[in-house]
Design a protein around this ligand. Structure first.
Ligand SMILES: Cc1ncc(COP(=O)(O)O)c(C=O)c1O
Length: 449
């Protein structure tokens, strides 16, 4: 393949055709590529040598920043020592060490970790564990799964079935059967420009009672929600909403799954949203920040009774209790990356740092309120979204143009969804860099006015 060298000393292929890029407008990207060569701390280096400020932690995942020495060294050492070990009927020590660390990190008795390689796999795993749990307990009629409109739970068939983003679902047939959705919680009319949790909307959790009345609780296995809806454009839950959802699920014996693929590992200034909100789910799905994005990995945290029910159901110790797992579950490189990432979070106090920065982040973000076409701003922890009105008749295009201009003209990476700009910087961000992010984003918004 022909290549040429650019300023960042990286060989760039001349032919971009063969890579069918995920969740990307392939045609336009290939006309005007946004190519990244390196990353360090808060910055990417583009192939032309420009420093690009990372306002998105990559894809909501590089919570410790980029190229962090402890994580890099741990992965380098691990690949030389043990490149692979199977996790079916064999294992390696770091898998157990990591599981114990996670059991200590997640609140209450979320004491067991099932390892996956992504958020999507974590979601499918959690849904399967929920079904298996009820079946083992003799409540095998509990098969219905309930998600929420506009929810994002990855791209497996389980995840898109309980998910609620229409474009992710509409192409792919009948999906899982027996799935319902709660209403989403965005109410711009009542809650626009809320700082932190919106006041209105806790009663939307009561819609679950209607689904119980319709189907009967004896047919419902689990409810899955993102405690803060992320990918749709940062919807913090209305005050009291998650507590109500927990009360109703508990009353009816329905498992509550928090999808914490974004909110886990410090994004809200705590190890998890479950801890942040003081609401105890039965299962938690995670990925992304677990390894700070360095090696693909996910983990499903299960409460003790769920694990014990499934594993304890088999009297014969030589029988496999759960027929589920991935070739790369607890991959040694991922475990090494995760352990070093957790060390980095702890040694540098990054969760606490995120909590301390959150008020500054909030005020800085809301300073964009008077920028042109801004119709809502939402924030929680170190997550933020600026929603713009669409160009007339062209939904999504204003934000798309904003993303391109941000990268090419303002040297900043932002994430877009619909006409919303979403931001989630690495937790190492400084106040000066928060100011820089807002200044650049204001410039971007003005440039697409
Ligand atoms: C809440 C949530 N669940 C699941 C996923 C899917 O994760 P992955 O892309 O690693 O499969 C994401 C990804 O953004 C997510 O935000």
């Amino acid at each position: 393949m022909l290549t040429h060298e650019l300023a960042a000393n990286v060989a760039v292929p001349n032919d971009l055709e063969a890579f069918w890029m995920p969740f990307t407008s392939n045609k336009h990207f290939k006309q005007e590529p946004r190519l990244i060569a390196r990353a360090k701390d808060m910055h990417f280096t583009a192939v032309d040598g420009r420093q690009i400020l990372d306002a998105t932690a990559g894809l909501w995942c590089c919570n410790a920043g980029h190229g962090r020495p402890k994580i890099v060294e741990a992965v380098q050492r691990q690949v030389a020592d043990l490149d692979f070990a199977p996790s079916f009927q064999f294992a390696h020590p770091k898998a157990f060490e990591l599981a114990s660390r996670l059991a200590a990190l997640f609140p209450g008795d979320l004491d067991h970790a099932f390892f996956t390689n992504s958020g999507s796999e974590s979601v499918d795993t959690a849904l399967k564990i929920a079904l298996a749990y009820h079946r083992v307990r003799g409540e095998g009629t509990r098969t219905r799964l309930i998600g929420r409109e506009r929810g994002y739970h990855g791209v497996g068939f389980g995840g898109i079935s309980v998910g609620g983003m229409v474009k992710n679902r509409m192409w792919f047939g009948s999906l899982l059967t027996g799935v319902d959705h709660l209403p989403h919680t965005l109410d711009i009319q009542k809650n626009a420009f809320s700082k932190g949790l919106p006041e209105h909307g806790a009663e939307l959790a009561d819609e679950l009672e209607k689904l119980v009345a319709l189907h009967d609780a004896s047919n419902i296995a689990a409810v899955i929600v993102e405690p803060v809806a992320g990918s749709i454009g940062v919807y913090p839950p209305p005050k009291g909403y998650l507590e109500r959802l927990r009360a109703i699920t508990e009353k009816h014996g329905i498992l509550l799954i928090f999808d914490e693929v974004i909110t886990g590992y410090g994004r809200l200034g705590k190890g998890s949203a479950a801890e942040y909100f003081g609401v105890q789910p039965d299962l938690v799905t995670t990925a992304k920040g677990l390894t700070s994005g360095v090696v693909p990995m996910g983990a499903v945290m299960a409460r003790k009774h769920i694990h014990d029910t499934i594993v304890g159901a088999q009297a014969d110790p030589k029988v496999i209790e759960l027929f589920h797992g991935y070739t790369y579950s607890a991959h040694p490189l991922a475990c090494a990356a995760a352990l070093a990432t957790l060390d980095t979070y702890q040694e540098e106090g990054l969760f606490e740092r995120a909590a301390e920065l959150a008020p500054y982040w909030q005020e800085a973000l809301h300073s964009l309120r008077d920028a042109p076409n801004v119709i809502d701003i939402r924030n929680i922890g170190l997550m933020g979204a600026v929603e713009m009105s669409p160009y007339p008749g062209k939904p999504g295009h204003r934000a798309y143009d904003a993303m391109c201009k941000a990268f090419h003209d303002f040297d900043i990476m932002i994430r877009i969804t619909g006409d919303t700009i979403a931001m989630s910087p690495p937790l190492i961000v400084t106040k000066a860099q928060i100011d820089e992010i807002m200044e650049k984003v204001r410039g971007v918004i003005e440039a697409v006015a």
